[in-house]
Design a protein around this ligand. Structure first.
Ligand SMILES: N[C@@H](CCC(=O)N[C@@H](CS)C(=O)NCC(=O)O)C(=O)O
Length: 360
């Protein structure tokens, strides 16, 4: 799809969700121009203060990393980001669910949860904004967001245990395979670059941890950053998942599924009796308590959680019986079976760029 203008990616190098999208643009071999996000312009274009935003050569505006994947795949199906076979496709969706809802915890913990982490992140933010005043202000907002997500001094041990388990499982996997689903990148890899590129690799404390304990993961970050076409092989044959991926899915599923489901239940309860006259649904509907490993973790129940789980379940419930059986068998015992068994009673849609309930 050669045009006479590049795609534009508006984001930041420190940004989690920009890091989800950048590898997808590179993998698709699109001509794109990455810009430091112009937030007033993004507000004007989308009505929202979120990055990343992609502007196509024709001037279409794409917002939300999940939506950006869908549109990229629809426009340029080759090379593919989305596996067509049920088990691999659902695996990729579940990994993206982990990233969108829970991967923020290790990312925020290592960036802001220690003196060295916070002081180096503040310096990075100030350098990025070209002003220590603006950098400090942005950092203050992130420190608050970190607590709302459930990354606090009380949960830091559990988050570190989770991260160590994840690094170990991913290292064992990437010692054998180039990417999560085999020898070709998929949107699962792009999604997992969300926590791994901007935060875990870009930040001082976690970078040291990766280099000391998870070198195969560093190799994978490098491959996802430069996904050259001539270095892409195939996803595993026969819709298989690598045995090594099972351990990764177990860390993600067992630790993350309870948090996602608690948030979704809280959002649904709120939606049962939501005020009729709401112009916009809120980003969060209050706090909810969950168990993260064996620690109590209090986190904001974000309305986006319902949208995230719906994305997985829409794919799952449309599978034929044989596909659903194969998926059930593959994810049984990972913790993700509880996600696949959930049936939301409210449905979310996008009204423009804004999340809304279908009946609104
Ligand atoms: N669902 C959106 C989330 C985007 C998002 O939260 N981006 C962060 C930066 S990494 C942001 O813009 N935050 C601004 C805010 O929370 O107000 C996506 O997947 O693109």
């Amino acid at each position: 799809m050669a045009g006479d203008a590049p795609y534009q990616l508006h984001g930041f190098d420190v940004s989690y969700f920009t890091a989800k999208v950048r590898p997808a643009l590179r993998y698709k071999q699109l001509w794109y121009d990455e810009r430091r996000a112009d937030i007033p312009e993004i507000l004007r274009l989308t009505g929202l203060g979120f990055i990343p935003v992609v502007i196509t050569p024709e001037g279409e505006v794409w917002q939300d990393s999940t939506d950006i994947y869908d549109r990229l795949e629809a426009r340029r199906p080759d090379p593919p980001l989305f596996p067509a076979s049920p088990v691999q496709r659902i695996a990729a969706h579940l990994i993206e669910l982990y990233v969108d809802e829970v991967g923020l915890l290790p990312a925020m913990h290592y960036r802001w949860g220690s003196e060295l982490g916070e002081s180096s992140a503040r310096a990075r933010f100030s350098a990025m904004m070209g002003s220590s005043e603006l950098g400090e202000r942005a950092a203050d907002r992130m420190v608050k967001a970190r607590h709302m997500l459930g990354s606090t001094p009380e949960t830091s041990d559990a988050i570190e245990e989770h991260t160590h388990a994840l690094f170990a499982a991913l290292s064992a996997h990437f010692e054998v395979h180039a990417y999560l689903l085999g020898e070709r990148m998929s949107f699962a890899d792009c999604a997992l670059m969300g926590p791994f590129y901007a935060h875990l690799w870009g930040d001082l404390v976690s970078r040291q941890l990766l280099l000391e304990t998870a070198v195969p993961v560093v190799g994978w970050i490098e491959r996802c950053s430069f996904p050259n076409t001539d270095q892409q092989g195939a996803w595993l044959a026969d819709d298989a998942l690598a045995p090594e991926l099972r351990a990764v899915l177990e860390v993600m599923g067992r630790d993350a599924a309870p948090l996602v489901l608690d948030a979704v239940r809280a959002v649904e309860e709120w939606a049962d009796s939501r005020p009729e006259s709401l112009e916009r649904i809120p980003r969060g509907v209050g706090l909810c308590d969950s168990k993260f490993r064996s620690t109590k973790l209090t986190h904001a129940a974000r309305t986006y959680a319902l949208f995230s789980i719906q994305r997985v379940l829409d794919t799952y419930t449309k599978l034929d019986e044989a596909g659903r059986e194969a998926v059930d068998k593959a994810f049984r015992g990972t913790g993700f079976e509880d996600v696949l068994a959930y049936r939301p009673r409210h449905r979310m849609i996008k009204d423009g760029f804004q999340l809304a309930f279908e009946s609104d």
